[in-house]
Design a binder for this molecule. Structure first.
Ligand code: GAR
Length: 201
């Protein structure tokens, strides 16, 4: 399956997929393209280092639908069949989500449906939660609401800060995405009534 990764910044989740791929753990997934919406995204260096094509599409001053159409044109050109949002900090238009229904995976740093949105770690700490984690899910047209594929838990310590918590959750993110992608790329994920069923190999 031809996969595009969309990222906005650091790209450590993108790196975890590159590493898994180079270890031979993603036999059915081919990382063919990185799309960034920030010119200085560190993800670009990672793509270059591993010979993965990348493109920058500027979202500034553009209507969301226009930006997404530009992305869709590129994804079509690259014959992309699956999309990974790896720290892509843009909400996708309904057109985009419909075009790739149940073909877009996102990772979010909380145990959804708890703490959706841009401040998951801060919100978990503010709520005095005793655990959090990360969620890999299909993207629908809500914010962090799509069918859940898998989750990894992390205990919250009383002295955790946003930084310590996000660092610990990130370790789990780097396990979760490489676990979820091969399930997807080998067509083992079935969405029924908004729930994900994992089919046997
Ligand atoms: C990750 O923690 C990811 O879960 C989060 O952004 C970070 C990106 O890190 N995504 C979201 O909050 C999406 N709502 P990375 O660029 O190093 O992969």
């Amino acid at each position: 399956m031809r996969i595009a990764v969309l990222a906005s910044g650091r790209g450590s989740n993108f790196q975890s997929l590159i590493d898994a791929s180079e270890r031979g753990e993603l036999p059915n997934a081919n990382l063919v393209l990185l799309v960034v919406n920030k010119k200085n995204a560190k993800a670009i260096e990672r793509a270059e280092k591993h010979n993965i094509d990348w493109i920058f599409i500027d979202h500034r001053g553009k209507d969301r639908v226009v930006f997404d159409k530009e992305m869709m044109d590129k994804l079509t050109e690259y014959k992309v069949e699956g999309i990974i949002l790896a720290g892509f900090m843009r909400i996708l238009s309904t057109d985009f989500v419909i075009q790739y229904k149940n073909r877009i995976l996102n990772i979010h740093p909380s145990l959804l449906p708890l703490f959706p949105g841009a401040h998951a770690h801060r919100d978990a700490l503010a709520a005095n939660a005793t655990k959090s984690g990360c969620t890999v899910h299909f993207v629908d047209d809500g914010v962090d609401t799509g069918p859940i594929i898998l989750q990894k838990e992390v205990i919250i310590n009383p002295d955790d800060t946003e930084e310590t918590l996000s660092n610990r959750i990130l370790i789990q993110e780097h396990i979760a995405f490489p676990e979820a992608l091969p399930l997807f790329s080998s067509n083992r994920l079935k969405v029924i009534n908004n729930k994900v069923e994992i089919l046997p190999p």
